[in-house]
Design a binder for this molecule. Structure first.
Ligand code: GLU
Length: 299
């Protein structure tokens, strides 16, 4: 504990941030691909009664994320998730005065994301979570912090699937995840009997590997992570056919927390921590740092 505390103080000085990472501070305990921990706000004060004040006082935050999505949220052998969503969570926690090692991560598969927020089992969900109106009926979103797009993944030797319009003619068996936007979007391109839904994408990747399905569909960046891990077995069709703006899910109507997160993201872009989060995760495969998208209205 004491060592971690000293390391955190050291991390406040930009000059030693890299050194702290090299020595393996709390960022390495969050998994191999995590970057330098963002500077933790010291002595920050927040409006009385706000979520920010409560979290700062509690000195911990509960975050729902994915555990099987390389580059965004992948649980490491040390038990902690690593990836861009994890880094975004750390940036927000740091602004709340909460160090990375005080974040409690919980797995939040696609279908349970609204539920875990509604049931107050997490304070926020950062989990490749597309902002849309249907979800906004139950929760609120800060962000977006990234915009992905739905695509298809096939075996590397597949030449018949060229985009969603080729799926019907090929009578392709398609896999996606329950409660995800891609599982809904794909329905207009295929016979429902050809759609298999699991709870997590790694199961779809397994089904593709064993030939039980011909195609996995979800956001291009999630597929990129699975392809990265496939040893050349899978490829991206590279025909993006939707826009998936990733937001941070929070309790419905918490406008002040939403505005705080949006402001934090803006500052993270300005001070380089957004870029560092990207570079240490998705950037290892897709080096170009995306611009931070304009924030949506908080409601
Ligand atoms: N971004 C899409 C969604 O929120 C797909 C990725 C996922 O299931 O997490 O549904």
């Amino acid at each position: 504990m004491r060592l971690a505390h000293i390391t955190r103080i050291a991390a406040v000085a930009a000059a030693v941030v890299l050194a702290a990472t090299a020595c393996g501070d709390q960022s390495s305990s969050l998994g191999g691909s995590s970057g330098a921990a963002p500077s933790v706000a010291q002595g920050a004060s927040f409006p009385a009664g706000s979520t920010m004040e409560a979290l700062n006082k509690a000195q911990t935050i509960r975050v729902g994320t994915k555990y099987d999505q390389p580059l965004f949220g992948l649980k490491g052998l040390d038990g902690n998730p690593a990836g861009f969503d994890v880094e975004i969570s750390k940036i927000i926690a740091a602004k709340l005065g909460i160090p990375a090692d005080k974040i409690t991560f919980t797995e939040a598969p696609s279908a349970v994301r609204e539920e875990v927020i509604e049931q107050n089992r997490v304070d926020m969900v950062v989990a490749t979570y597309t902002i849309n109106d249907k979800r906004k009926e139950r929760i609120s979103f800060a962000g977006p912090y990234y915009v992905a797009g739905q695509d298809l993944m096939v075996k590397s030797d597949n030449t018949t699937i060229t985009g969603p319009d080729s799926l019907r003619a090929a009578n392709a068996k398609v896999c996606s995840v329950s409660g995800s936007t891609p599982s809904e979007n794909i329905k207009k391109y295929i016979d429902p009997a050809n759609l298999t839904l699991f709870d997590v994408y790694s199961k779809c990747a397994d089904a593709l590997r064993t030939g039980q399905v011909d195609v996995v569909t979800t956001d291009n960046v999630i597929l990129t992570g699975l392809i990265e891990q496939s040893n050349g077995a899978f490829k991206l069709v590279n025909h993006k056919f939707t826009e998936e703006p990733y937001g941070i899910g929070i309790k419905k109507g918490d406008v002040a927390f939403c505005e705080f997160i949006d402001q934090t993201l803006k500052e993270a872009e300005a001070d380089g921590s957004y870029k560092a989060a990207w570079d240490s995760t998705v950037g290892k495969v897709t080096p170009e740092v995306p611009p931070l998208p304009a924030a949506g209205a908080c409601s």
